[in-house]
Design a protein around this ligand. Structure first.
Ligand SMILES: NC(=O)C1=CN([C@@H]2O[C@H](COP(=O)(O)OP(=O)(O)OC[C@H]3O[C@@H](n4cnc5c(N)ncnc54)[C@H](O)[C@@H]3O)[C@@H](O)[C@H]2O)C=CC1
Ligand SMILES: O=C(O)[C@H]1O[C@H](OP(=O)(O)OP(=O)(O)OC[C@H]2O[C@@H](n3ccc(=O)[nH]c3=O)[C@H](O)[C@@H]2O)[C@H](O)[C@@H](O)[C@@H]1O
Length: 454
């Protein structure tokens, strides 16, 4: 099939490359000419495991092309996928500016009947709006399909080939059948529904996953106070198949380009129809507090952050991506810098991207070793494999005193105990075996016994 994809970001590029891999002829359009230039040279503008190899293979096989010309992009297309960004406005509503621009370009340039598929995450009712907008600019016939995307960054290619479901929202069985057929080689279950329900499935799914995370983070905070271990708790909960073991990893809260914006957009959407989504508001609130929790623990431990060297390991919002959008590290590092600390940051992949977002005072290290060597305290913010597998004994060997605040529970407690480090994690008991300079230590968990007993 001849397919056009509008927007070559995480979703557009991965979709385009996947569709080309399963036998379609794909042309991708982006207004960012630099991206198009890189893509034509077989270079992926984003770090996504497996993406660049698949991109090059399909460029060489003549299955995928890149352009910044709308005329060229829609000259032969039968199906057009829209995958432009829908970021949050200041008030939390979805910003549809890029979508509107893309839709107008499509409407002005299509010459024959098309199926226009919305992959971008859009509020319920947007596809209906898109339909009306297109009709303003063209008399060419077209059908609208909502086909929300569920891939995760860092495992996007895997997810495209192994997704749990493909949701197709359409008012016309024929259009839904064509899109279903297009995806057939992926052998992923297809769920066909109406357009509004498809739009809602996307927001409800992200909101539910965010709820699971905030829930387990609240349990973790409670575990901290009553002396339980959240790892054991989430494992025990997850054994119940009705609960499931995924998305119960406690930490410093969710970040990324979607959970934060989509939860806010759903609250706004509910507000528009005079429905107070109290539960989701609490989920967002818990997440905002969770991001700062580690800093509060550090402050309790070393009293003042002024002139302290703080090593931060991991900057991206999750491992295996260089995406810094709404990463918890942004909020945490900004606070550390504000309090007068010197931040030495390390990330295996995201440093170049991080520099665009972080305060200029931040110093970047080329390795974990160089980041921690002069540090008073280490903060682990992203569970990259390299960080998780870094030997705990190295902290002990390299730092004057190994004080680690692990926001992602990367190490087991016995491991930390054996290494003799002072180890704070999320929702798990403190490990503090080494001899501690009492003068610099305030009793962060000194009330724990009392609380447990009460
Ligand atoms: N990033 C993710 O993991 C996922 C994102 N989504 C949704 O997919 C949509 C896209 O997200 P991302 O890929 O992360 O965005 P992105 O910001 O990475 O990419 C968007 C791309 O669209 C291009 N663009 C903007 N206006 C354009 C226009 N008029 N014509 C052509 N290109 C244009 C931009 O230059 C950019 O390259 C959003 O609605 C997002 O919520 C859904 C599932 C997963
Ligand atoms: O709409 C989207 O953009 C996508 O949003 C998420 O994908 P993504 O944000 O790429 O990554 P996740 O793996 O979901 O992680 C999101 C955040 O939650 C955090 N998280 C995740 C799981 C967990 O148990 N605990 C936890 O704190 C991660 O560290 C990360 O900051 C969803 O998982 C995708 O299905 C969806 O398509």
């Amino acid at each position: 099939m001849k397919i056009s994809v509008v927007g070559t970001g995480y979703v557009g590029l991965v979709t385009g490359v996947t569709l080309s891999e399963i036998g379609h002829q794909v042309i991708c359009l982006d207004v960012d000419t630099l991206k198009i230039k890189m893509l034509r040279n077989g270079q992926s503008p984003i770090y996504e495991p497996g993406l660049e190899d698949l991109l090059r293979k399909n460029i060489n096989d003549g299955n995928i092309w890149f352009t910044s010309s709308s005329t060229q992009a829609f000259a032969d297309s039968e199906v057009i996928f829209i995958a432009v960004g829908t970021p949050a406005n200041h008030d939390g509503t979805a910003n549809l500016f890029y979508l509107e621009q893309a839709v107008i370009e499509i409407a002005k340039n299509i010459k024959k009947r098309q199926i226009i598929v919305t992959k971008s995450t859009v509020p319920v009712g947007t596809n209906q709006y898109i339909k009306k907008l297109i009709e303003k600019y063209t008399t060419v016939e077209f059908d609208i399909v909502s086909n929300p995307e569920f891939l995760r960054e860092g495992s996007a290619i895997y997810d495209m080939f192994h997704g749990d479901r493909i949701v197709i929202g359409s008012e016309l069985d024929e259009a839904a059948a064509i899109i279903g057929q297009l995806y057939k080689p992926l052998k992923i279950p297809i769920y066909k529904t109406d357009i509004r329900s498809a739009e809602m499935i996307k927001y409800a799914s992200n909101a539910f996953l965010a709820t699971k995370i905030s829930f387990i983070n609240e349990i973790a905070n409670l575990c901290d106070k009553v002396g339980a271990n959240v790892e054991a708790v989430s494992y025990g909960m997850g054994l119940d198949q009705r609960i499931g073991n995924q998305f119960l990893q406690a930490g410093i809260g969710y970040g990324g380009s979607c959970f934060p914006k989509d939860t806010k957009a759903l609250v706004q959407l509910a507000g528009n129809v005079k429905h107070e989504f109290e539960l989701l508001k609490a989920v967002i609130d818990v997440n905002n507090k969770q991001q700062m929790l580690l800093v509060e623990k550090v402050k309790k431990r070393i009293t003042s952050l002024l002139h302290k060297n703080i090593a931060v390991l991991g900057l991206s919002f999750k491992p295996n991506t260089d995406d810094m959008r709404e990463a918890a590290s942004l909020v945490i590092i900004e606070e550390l810098v504000k309090q007068g600390a010197t931040v030495i940051a390390y990330d295996p992949v995201a440093i170049d991207e991080a520099k665009k977002y972080l305060p200029t005072e931040v110093v970047y290290a080329k390795s974990i070793e160089t980041a921690i060597i002069d540090a008073d305290v280490v903060l682990i913010l992203t569970e990259w494999e390299e960080i998780k597998s870094f030997n705990l004994h190295q902290y002990k060997a390299l730092m004057k005193k190994a004080v680690i605040f692990d926001g992602r529970n990367c190490y087991s407690l016995p491991e930390a105990e054996r290494a003799g480090v002072e180890y704070y994690s999320v929702g798990r008991p403190l490990v503090m075996k080494q001899t501690i300079d009492e003068a610099s230590l305030s009793p962060i968990y000194s009330d724990k016994k009392d609380t447990t007993a009460s």
